[in-house]
Design a binder for this molecule. Structure first.
Ligand code: 5RP
Length: 253
């Protein structure tokens, strides 16, 4: 397949080492095989989803897909899709999405996800909760035994008004799990807050211990005034495509 890394070469017996980006591309291309002409598609955000959007653009250009309408999950994906000539719409006009394809930061064995380390969790959750089928594409490094296991952040989008107060309340909620809440900044070296596409801030939660029941954790976070949305995507993925050194695994809900 054009553009896809080949796993073996006829001229050489030495194994091809696949990079993490190769694996992301393999998962993305596999997901795009599920796209059919005439679909309304949720277009994800991040380095894995970018490969899927590129591929959709390529197939449209080649005439192998027709009458696709994309609903982008971020300003960045919107720009990418426009540059590829993908016709776009929004949830106001197309409230039902046939299929969404997006990456994730963590995937647990029950196909629960953490998303939003790229900062687009709110629009992603709006689009992906409106779709009939949600295909998640990841390289194998994203698969965890439990949410939070990677030790990386679980993002929460908060309104800028009194964000320190919100961050403190979030940290207090998960004191039992050794939670530390940090405001996301534009760069590690800068103190300027990262601002989401919706004009909000992100508070990243780091846990030392398992947070326990995810549904309870989700409800507790969403009950805090000042919180807009969090990055746990529970019971939303229909299919997860995992690309690893040994091949592709497809998990269904
Ligand atoms: C952005 C996201 C991304 O899907 C997630 O961060 C995965 O990103 P990548 O594909 O670059 O590893 O949720 O908000």
């Amino acid at each position: 397949e054009a553009g896809l890394p080949s796993q073996s070469s006829p001229l050489s017996l030495s194994p091809v080492i696949l990079t993490q980006d190769d694996l992301k591309k393999i998962a993305a291309y596999k997901a795009v095989e599920f796209v059919e002409s005439g679909m309304v598609l949720g277009l994800g955000t991040g380095s894995t989803a970018k490969h899927a959007v590129d591929r959709i653009g390529e197939l449209l250009r080649q005439g192998k897909l027709k009458n696709i309408i994309g609903i982008p999950t971020s300003k960045k994906t919107h720009e990418q899709a426009v540059s590829l000539g993908i016709p776009l719409s929004d949830l106001d006009t197309h409230p039902t999405v046939d299929l969404a394809i997006d990456g994730a930061d963590e995937v647990d064995p029950g196909l629960n996800l953490v998303k939003g380390r790229g900062g687009s969790l709110l629009r992603e959750k709006m689009v992906e909760s409106a779709c009939k089928r949600f295909i998640v594409i990841v390289d194998e490094s994203k698969c965890v035994h439990f949410i939070g296991e990677s030790g990386l952040a679980m993002p929460v989008e908060v309104v800028p008004f009194c964000w320190k107060f919100s961050a403190q309340r979030l940290q207090n909620l998960f004191e039992y799990a050794g939670c530390v809440a940090k405001l996301r900044t534009e760069k590690e070296s800068s103190s300027r807050p990262f601002v989401t596409d919706n004009g909000n801030f992100i508070v990243d939660l780091y846990f030392k211990e398992d947070i326990g029941d995810l549904k309870i954790a989700s409800d507790k976070i969403l009950r805090l005034a000042g919180v807009v949305e969090h990055g746990m995507f529970l019971d939303m993925a229909s299919t997860v495509i995992v690309a690893g050194e040994l091949g592709i695994t497809i998990k269904h809900k």
